[in-house]
Write a protein that binds this ligand. Structure first.
Ligand code: ADP
Ligand code: MG
Length: 610
């Protein structure tokens, strides 16, 4: 379809291609100007150091905004304490350079450490807080830092702060380049983290902690990591800020001063890589232009924030990316094809021991006995169907097996061993679940969704991702190859770059299944996966189930599509009103009087069954 369009409109295509490169071109121009800036100002202005300072300050603000972007945009953690962490960083540098006379880089290192430790602590005490409550806790933390700074005279210099802070040994122009280099490094760190398994885990936890846990990602550890990293960068920004200002005092930490970062972030585009830098650059330029009316600056910032939220809710970068020039080329549907890549499948489990077993599971919700003494044993190398009318307790049984619900009674065994208590730990032991309700990461690309599923198997951490060490490169290359094969299997290879939210319903379901497979489970639990799938997709699902079985692994299939169930299942467990009413091979179960009885109210189901 795309070929004729191209020949008919070659002019547009050339323009398209040029506009697609616009961001790169602008970045290159900006880089040249920034590198030459001190020479330019020296040549054109009597006040060169003022204009150099302007850009250095903007760079420092951009660093803080990237930090805010990491926690809010990528980590989903609303932070009102970033100015406070900046203040902490400033104190660290001031204390080290002025009070103890050590070189300024030591101060900057301490600033980063302080930022990381402080943010880590705040996160630890607020692990259970929801988005808004977390925001309020950070607001309180910010107040504590600012007021603590005022009160702790001996160390912080109280309300007057500490003066005489300077980057010893550096000229103003050299310091300008230091801030620029710091911005570039922080930007690269942000990019490398976000485009790695570490960043994909962060975004998975942000979008759905439950789904992340089901794939073996640890929600708490992930949040700690992103917020601590964000804190370290905020500390760095604060340290540089004190060096730039020449002093530090509690005013730096008050929330009002954070307005510019929020405005920059939302104007540029929260959750994008370039958004924070672009947003801050625009704000800094405009604030400079209206400096003769400085008392209106805050009013101006407030209005800008309001307008940005209303007119460009995705920010400048996000809006650009949703235009024809900024978004990935439209994908195409392909037939599911190819085999399940064997490299994602773990080694077979012991065929003698049940791969997954629930004994006497009980789960009551108030008066509702959702699960009432269920025994289920899933053999290795089998597809085990769980069927039963709506509301009979199938999903709740699965939730108990995977520890998303704590059962009121009963035990769960994985390969004969007692199951751990937390969902992510169950996933680490090889039991992965796809939820009945869709849980895709809609904003992420189809490919990134699959890659996120692999995070639990990846063995590299933050340093490898940031520095792109061989360990990271090898795993990333392998992950991408596996993901490509999985997407081909699901018929989604033509849509890898699209946001997952733009897929059809059936494709979304299939993508969720594929993402779960990517985590390398030994037991794959699918809760009504075939709903809304077209025949080719159901066929892919059936091939997937058989591939698992033939590999010595297990699939648990909750499903209403009886043709599909009868076709692929080796064993069935039938649940009604929270109790197992029949189990065994499909042929036996379908003629079981108890089963027919339970389905009597549903002639359609009886028809399918017999
Ligand atoms: P199925 O998956 O077989 O359709 P479920 O396991 O979802 O059934 O639900 C079984 C029963 O438990 C239903 O009556 C449902 O309303 C109830 N139930 C399920 N989850 C909850 C919950 N989180 N809180 C209260 N009741 C629930
Ligand atoms: Mg259900």
């Amino acid at each position: 379809m795309s070929a004729p369009t191209k020949t008919a409109a070659t002019g547009t295509t050339v323009l398209d291609a040029a506009l697609r490169r616009l961001p790169m071109a602008l970045t290159a121009v900006a880089a040249v100007i920034l590198l030459a800036w001190p020479s330019i100002t020296d040549f054109y202005s009597y006040n060169a150091s003022y204009y150099n300072g302007l850009v250095a300050s903007a760079a420092i603000s951009a660093i803080l905004t990237i930090s805010l972007n990491l926690s809010m945009g990528f980590g989903g953690l609303l932070s009102m304490m970033h100015t406070g962490m900046q203040l902490l960083g400033g104190y660290a540098v001031a204390y080290v350079t002025v009070e103890s006379g050590l070189p300024w880089p030591a101060g900057v290192a301490l600033a980063m450490l302080l930022g990381a430790v402080f943010s880590g602590l705040v996160l630890m005490i607020s692990l259970r807080a929801t988005y808004l409550y977390f925001g309020m806790i950070t607001l309180a933390a910010n107040l504590i830092v600012v007021e603590g700074g005022k009160a702790w005279d001996g160390v912080t210099g109280g309300v007057n702060g500490i003066v005489g802070v300077a980057p010893g040994g550096l000229s103003k122009v050299q310091f300008y380049y230091v801030t620029l280099a710091a911005l570039v490094i922080v930007y690269v760190v942000q990019r490398n983290v976000v485009r790695s398994g570490v960043g994909r885990a962060m975004m998975a936890v942000k979008e759905s902690p439950d789904t992340a846990a089901a794939m073996g990602i640890r929600p708490v550890r992930t949040k700690v990591l992103v917020f601590t990293l964000s804190g370290a960068i905020a500390g760095l920004s604060g340290g540089l800020y004190a060096l730039q200002l020449g002093f530090i005092n509690p005013d730096v930490g008050i929330l009002d001063n954070g307005l510019v970062f929020f405005v920059g972030l939302f104007l540029g585009g929260i959750g994008t890589l370039a958004g924070p830098v672009l947003g801050v650059a625009v704000i800094a330029a405009v604030v400079e232009l209206i400096k003769d009316h400085a008392r209106y600056t805050t009013l101006f910032l407030g209005c800008t924030l309001l307008l940005a939220m209303m007119l460009v809710p995705k920010g400048l970068v996000g809006t650009w990316r949703s235009t024809r020039f900024g978004r990935p080329p439209e994908g195409e549907d392909r037939e599911p094809s190819g085999a399940l890549p064997e490299s994602v499948l773990p080694g077979a489990v012991d065929p003698e021991v049940p791969a997954l077993e629930g004994r006497g599971l009980v789960k009551h919700f108030g008066g509702v006995k959702a699960v009432d003494g269920v025994d289920v044993s899933v053999a290795a190398g089998s597809v085990h169907g769980i069927i039963g009318p709506n509301g009979s307790g199938k999903s709740t049984t699965v939730a108990c097996l995977t520890r998303f619900h704590q059962a009121d009674a009963g035990e769960v065994l994985i390969c004969g061993e007692p199951a751990p208590g937390r969902p992510h730990a169950v996933a680490e032991r090889g039991v992965t679940r796809v939820f009945q309700a869709p849980h895709l990461f809609a904003q992420q690309s189809v490919l990134d969704n699959v890659l996120a599923g692999m995070r639990g198997r990846e063995k590299y951490g933050l340093p490898s991702a940031v520095l792109r060490l061989p360990r990271y490169r090898r795993r990333e290359a392998a992950s991408r190859a596996e993901a490509a094969a999985l997407l081909a299997f699901a018929g989604l290879s033509g849509r890898a770059e699209q946001p997952a939210g733009s897929l059809s319903h059936g494709q979304k379901r299939l993508l969720e299944v594929v993402r779960a497979v990517a985590s390398g489970p030994r037991v794959l639990i699918l809760d009504e996966p075939a709903t809304g799938l077209v025949p080719a997709e159901i066929d892919a699902l059936a091939r997937l189930c058989r591939a698992f079985r033939d590999h010595g692994l297990a699939v648990v299939l909750i499903e209403h599509n009886m043709d599909f169930v009868m076709d692929v299942c080796d064993e069935l467990t039938v649940i009604d009103s929270g109790k197992v009413i029949a189990s065994g091979p499909p042929a036996d179960v379908r003629s079981d009087p108890a089963v027919l009885d339970a389905y009597l109210g549903r002639p359609d189901l009886v028809e399918d069954l017999t």
